[in-house]
Design a binder for this molecule. Structure first.
Ligand code: NAG
Ligand code: NAG
Ligand code: NAG
Ligand code: NAG
Length: 672
């Protein structure tokens, strides 16, 4: 017993002698520093990137030497101050997740989770305050309602728990008498500068943030009176933590100063590395190999594809002349403008079913046969009068499957293009999904899911050519009179991609359904469709949109992922759902949704496999046996997770121009 005591004492003495009681350092850039980095943090020519473009990761950078925060366990904590320059590159307007200054017992944070835990805390710190003792000043860019976050751009002081004891929207006061702070966005092209002081006598902590060029505002943004002594061990380490969610940004540090018992030195802006930008300029050479080479290869491939398309299109043009005489057996019927005009009462507003990115959709009745039709009147700029697009779309009209909305005819007149589809009496799925009065029950939803899966499988594998839908989403799924789901608008997204200005390649698709790799590669593949289908599965099962951007930012995949972490995935099911719910099916759909959302396109199932899993011909593999290992990330229940799934959602990057028109409600719907 006494030997043990002695040993402990010895340990304490050695560590205390290691620790410094007069720590004072200034790093104007991190070129020649030796911080302890872990997770995905790296030092790139003097800039510390805590996170890279990877989902669900954490990164830490700690000052390697311990610091004495209390002379003895009984005494109160000393004063300290720190100043640093950080930034969050706006690659992703939705943000994810935040960066924090931390004081921790070790120069790392084992067990810390990404997402809203910011790479500092884990699930157990919410209810039971962290007994490890961690103090963090968080600069958080995502609103996490379960942590009582105030908005998606706030500064908070966290003591042993991710639920802040005090927080404010990020901003600064102009002077002492300024009643309201000016807003400052954390996700920005510009770096931000922070000052934190703690006075061990007054027991007061101040946090001030400003943009880089400003001098320190005289009034702090946060001023907390609290004795930190009970939350600080005698010896602690200082550093930074950052984390991403399924949506990611890069978090970086340009400089840092720290001083015990005194004012930390002001950083010298002229010595700081240049603020990194959104582009790839700051990428190191081997990143060129990772990102540059594929994009060059991609470019070569693109040229080849363009050449092939031109060749193909030229042939098609020749064909187009003949096509006008095609009969129904070979392709869709060519309508006379006059007939469509009368069928829709002269395109009257009363017949209007919807309006969308491609133009308006009218309901019509062919007078001779009394057949109901939906006529999509394409806006001129969506197809720019290009015949080849018509040829392509019309050739796709030869696709026939009971889960695809049938194109029955078209009409081209000068610059106008009209597409005639079968009429879908129950309109688009999203309208029913979000209808409060009458929503769909589980078996209806499951039927729709299976139908759409089989339609998409047909597009990918069932025809002479591979057809990539490019825009799978609930508003593009239409329901017939028996509530069978049919996929609409295939081929139209392609039209948009071709039609766009080649200098500003647009990423076609809808926010929340776009696969992450599409952002970088600009390529659509079967796997990008599978990703969208995964988002669709979760949307239908949960009755929530993949991404909501109202006051709160809500990311469905992340939300479901959290349920899965807790082993309660079926609880994510739509609460509005009535009638009987087959929870085995719910679990299958949810897990399949996560599987399809894998960050790695190679790890996603094919549509053939998806259909097999849904039909229960093949047992779906457990999620945990899939995917990549989250490097150096220790989840609390390792055996359950194996740290491997990268669920993901997708968004635009700052560079990508989104086709907002395409994000509008689908236009081919037969609702009211
Ligand atoms: C991010 O860092 C991890 C580990 O350091 C690495 O495996 C991954 O390739 C990096 N990702 C990017 C996009 O640089
Ligand atoms: C956890 O900490 C918060 C704020 O620091 C406090 O309000 C709460 O009572 C603490 N909970 C427990 C169980 O100690
Ligand atoms: C600042 O942000 C708050 C909350 O985030 C918002 O209510 C307010 O309108 C913003 N003020 C300005 C001037 O933009
Ligand atoms: C915090 O700010 C207030 C107001 O400017 C100031 O009076 C006080 O001394 C500051 N406290 C610390 C610890 O710097």
């Amino acid at each position: 017993m006494s030997l043990l005591h002695l040993l402990l004492l010895l340990c304490l003495i050695t560590s205390t002698t290691h620790a410094q009681s007069n720590t004072d350092f200034t790093f104007n850039g991190f070129q020649s520093t030796n911080l302890t980095l872990d997770g995905d943090a790296n030092n790139n020519e003097g800039i510390i990137f805590l996170t890279n473009r990877t989902q669900l990761i954490t990164g830490h950078a700690f000052y390697p030497n311990p610091i004495i925060f209390k002379k003895s366990t009984r005494e109160s904590a000393i004063s300290f101050s720190t100043s640093f320059v950080f930034g969050i590159i706006p690659e992703n307007p939705l943000g994810g997740h935040g960066i924090s200054f931390v004081i921790a017992p070790q120069p790392n944070l084992p067990g810390a989770l990404p997402i809203s835990y910011l790479g500092i805390f884990n699930t157990s710190s919410i209810n039971h305050n962290d007994t490890r003792h961690v103090i963090a000043i968080e600069f958080d860019t995502v609103l996490s309602p379960e942590l009582n976050d105030m908005n998606d751009n706030h500064v908070g002081i966290d003591i042993d728990s991710p639920i802040s004891v005090m927080s404010m929207p990020a901003g600064y006061y102009l002077d002492e008498n300024d009643p309201n702070p000016r807003n400052l966005t954390l996700i920005s092209d510009k770096s931000r500068r922070v000052w934190i002081e703690y006075d061990g006598v007054k027991k007061q902590m101040n946090v001030t943030i400003a943009s880089l060029e400003m001098k320190k505002p005289s009034k702090p943004l946060l001023s907390l009176y609290k004795d930190l002594s009970p939350y600080l061990n005698q010896i602690m380490y200082v550093g930074f933590a950052a984390a991403t969610g399924t949506i990611f940004n890069r978090h970086y540090l340009l400089g840092w100063s720290f001083k015990v018992n005194g004012q930390a030195k002001e950083l010298d802006l002229s010595l700081l590395p240049k603020t990194p930008t959104n582009g790839n300029k700051n990428m190191e050479q081997n990143k060129f190999l990772i990102i540059g080479m594929p994009s060059i290869l991609g470019f070569v491939l693109l040229i080849t594809i363009i050449a092939a398309v031109i060749y193909y299109v030229k042939r098609k043009k020749k064909f187009a002349e003949e096509m006008e005489d095609w009969e129904l057996d070979y392709g869709p019927h060519r309508f006379k403008y006059k007939d469509l005009y009368f069928a829709t009462n002269g395109f009257s507003d009363k017949q209007l079913l919807g309006r969308g990115g491609f133009g308006q959709v009218y309901r019509g009745i062919i007078p001779s046969s009394k057949v109901e039709i939906a006529v999509k009147r394409m806006s001129q700029d969506s197809w720019q009068g290009k015949r080849e697009f018509v040829a392509e779309i019309v050739s796709m009209g030869r696709l026939r499957h009971r889960n695809l909305v049938q194109l029955i005819g078209y009409c081209r007149r000068k610059k106008e293009l009209l597409l005639v589809y079968e009429y879908m009496p129950n309109g688009s799925l999203d309208k029913l999904l979000y209808n409060r009065q009458h929503t769909l029950n589980w078996s209806q939803r499951f039927l729709i899911i299976k139908g759409v899966a089989s339609g998409l499988f047909y597009l990918h594998e069932g025809w002479e050519q591979v057809v990539i839908h490019r825009d799978v989403k609930a508003s593009d799924v239409l329901l017939d009179s028996e509530l069978n789901g049919k996929l609409g608008d295939f081929g139209l997204a392609r039209l948009h991609a071709h039609g766009s200005d080649p200098h500003t390649t647009k990423v076609v698709g809808t926010l929340g359904y776009l696969a992450p790799e599409q952002m970088w590669t600009r390529k659509v593949t079967e796997a990008t469709d599978v990703f969208s289908f995964g988002a669709f599965l979760l949307e239908v099962a949960c009755g929530r949109r993949p991404v909501a951007m109202n006051e709160e930012r809500f990311i469905l995949i992340e939300w479901v992922f959290r349920f899965w972490l807790k082993g309660l995935i079926v609880n994510a099911v739509d609460q509005k759902i009535g009638g009987e719910v087959d929870f085995e099916e719910v679990e299958l759909v949810m897990k399949l949704g996560l599987l399809c959302s894998n960050m790695n396109p190679m790890a996603r199932p094919t549509m053939r496999q998806v259909v097999e899993y849904l039909e229960r011909d093949v047992v779906m593999p457990e999620l945990s046996s899939f995917g990549i290992t989250i490097s150096s990330l220790t989840f609390p229940h390792r055996e359950e997770i194996n740290g491997d799934l990268y669920p993901s959602t997708s968004t635009s990057t700052g560079k990508t121009t989104f086709d907002t028109s395409i994000m509008a409600e689908s236009d081919l719907s037969g609702g009211r």
